[in-house]
Design a protein around this ligand. Structure first.
Ligand code: SAM
Length: 227
């Protein structure tokens, strides 16, 4: 039997955003690797999934990765999920996929399409995705200023993830380098009850969050139009 590693996207807020195929595969595989068992168990309960889980996160030790490779080599089917969205997109898993691709040519890697804050935010923003650059999370200190300079000069749409702790600081920094009429969109709490996409020039967007402090809550994606 040929081992298979499935990459399975899970909802970024709304539990209904599971595909039928994702549910089916999670029920059928021999093992599900997840970041946090309690988060994954909530999803499993919703969809009556009873597959065995094991924790896998960015710091997973090499020894444990070896174990996973061995299981795949023996012909078992493993699915990888993260807490939310698509695994390997600013989430753990890329090292595992890389090792499988390099070392186990007989093991299939099958990625399912599905939820990701990246594509959901882009499609809701009305800012062109014809060409875009995804920066993941910006570094907190080293390299941060250089990236802001790159964003200022970019002819392509820029998109990055931001945490609730830094969103105001990031908007302050953007307001120094992005001049109107360049558009900025902040997608917040996508697919959840208080989801919104605030769009305008940087002054308008910054003012919106300054005036409504209660909106500095939840999860954010920042999109900046190219120059
Ligand atoms: N792999 C995930 C994906 O495909 O979307 C991203 C994981 S990354 C660790 C988490 C970041 O994604 C959050 O800090 C936030 O920037 C963004 N994010 C996740 N869910 C979101 C949501 N519902 N609304 C807005 N941003 C979200």
């Amino acid at each position: 039997m040929q081992g298979t590693l499935y990459i399975i996207p899970t909802p970024i807020g709304n539990l209904e955003d599971m595909t039928l195929r994702a549910i089916h595969v999670l029920k059928e595989v021999d093992l599900v690797l997840c970041e946090d068992t309690s988060v994954t168990q909530r999803l499993f309960k919703e969809y009556d999934i009873h597959t065995k889980t094991s924790v896998f996160f960015a710091q997973t030790k090499l020894k444990n990765i070896e174990k996973i490779l061995k299981i795949l080599e023996e012909g078992y089917r493993i699915a990888l999920v993260s807490d939310a969205g698509t695994p390997t997109i600013s989430d753990p898993g890329v090292l595992l996929v890389d090792r499988v691709k390099t070392e186990l040519p007989d093991v299939k890697v099958i990625a399912l399409p599905g939820a990701s804050a990246l594509t959901t935010a882009l499609s809701a923003s009305g800012i062109t995705s014809a060409q875009f650059v995804f920066l993941g999370f910006l570094p907190h200190k080293k390299g941060r200023d250089t990236l802001f300079k790159e964003i200022a000069e970019s002819k392509r749409t820029i998109i990055f993830y931001e945490s609730v702790h830094r969103i105001e600081k990031t908007l302050d920094s953007l307001s120094k380098i992005i001049l109107p009429p360049r558009k900025v969109a902040i997608a917040r709490e996508l697919t959840k009850m208080y989801e919104e996409v605030i769009r305008g020039d940087i002054k308008e967007v910054r003012l919106h969050f300054h005036k409504k402090k209660e909106k500095i809550r939840g999860e954010f994606v920042v999109i900046v139009e190219g120059k």
